[in-house]
Design a protein around this ligand. Sequence first.
Ligand code: LLP
Length: 437
Amino acid sequence: MHDFCFKRGKLYCENISVASLAKKHGSPLYIYSHATLTKNFRQFDDALSPLDHSIHFAVKANSNLGVLRTLANAGSGFDIVSGGELQRVIAAGANPSKCVFAGVGKTEKEIELALKKGIYAFTTESEPEMVRINKIARRLKKKAPIAIRVNPNVDAKTHAKITTGTYENKFGIVFEEIEGVYKRAAKLKNLHLRGVQMHIGSQLTEAGPFEKAVRKVAPVAKRLAEKHGIEFFSLGGGVGITYESALESGDAKWWRSPKRRNLLTPAKYAAKLVPLLKPLGLRILIEPGRFIAGNAGILVTQVEHVKQTGVKNFVIVDAAMNDLARPALYDSYHEIVPLTQKSGDHLKKNQISSDVVGPICESSDYFCKNRMLAKVGEGDHLALLSAGAYGFVMASNYNTRAFPAEVLVKGSQAEVVRKRQPLRHLWASESVPKWLK
Ligand code: LLP
């Protein structure tokens, strides 16, 4: 369930019309729903309630301080992958002791910071990294809590660029070697072996691969608990969302498609996994990013021009691949809807096969190709749906384009949680060498 829907032909985020936000804050504009973030978090929390569990939102999916604080208030911990993300979590007023720190290449500085801030656990992905963490912990006279990431060699059946759980990927320790690695880790005096972790990929749309991986790793987790006293098993993230027909309710019934019914939900995920996990008696962690934030955000853009070439109808908008990189990177699908629906928009005769494209000089700068969309013209606004995860966080300043603004809506309140970047900031840290002057 999420809180973007049409009411009397106008797209709303909770109780505020998206058009009014675009008018006030300009475009491109990211808009997030507090209610959706919270509800999505609760779906996991409820589904896992039969287990001792904790949820660690994957900060990489959306690291805006307003979003992080929303989730911290709901009771979330965080999955971080850099010292920067740890500092963001702290800046948002959340507790570092609820952070797990993943990633294959943590620097000495990042490890030191995380130890000083007292994170819940590092997820280590290699033996050299374990040795490095142990060395830094010894210097700081601390014991570093760690989990080791196991690569269960299970195909997540998702996009090749976001699958992580097979031996083709750089992640984790080969399944067959994991117990040997724990044995060696146990000899490192400044490590506290606290858990075991896995993450097989992102945007999984069925529970099967999770189940397969848990069946494989659960017996190992049990032995590790007996031998080394580990207390948690983290399943990683990966629960997928619907990108097609993403609008949930309201009067736009025709946006819905039967595909929705097959969607993986936290309840379906838990129904398969809880029976396998409960007998372990371990604390279960999950690290969802996309499921919590994906459908809690949209990107609003304005049409600059419509250009017809004889074979194509190009809708040229003011957002581009630098604002939302997913279509260019993964050829991913984002539903595109006008902010104001005219009656009959859904009829084929009022639609036109369109390419919605940005102004950047690259053919990959597109949001959709040959898609039947209601006809739009200069000045109209469109919303790119399901843009709350891996949207703003992957934005760049390519073409010297400023980062868009971000707004968080809660009921009838809306607040800018990131100002549009002033253009001069783009070159503020640069200089012309004096020998060129
Ligand atoms: N835990 C670990 C260790 C991860 O590497 C990731 C995502 C997550 C949790 C969260 O996964 P989620 O629940 O969001 O699926 N930029 C890509 C997605 C990259 C995901 C990377 N790792 C995209 O836009 O689709």
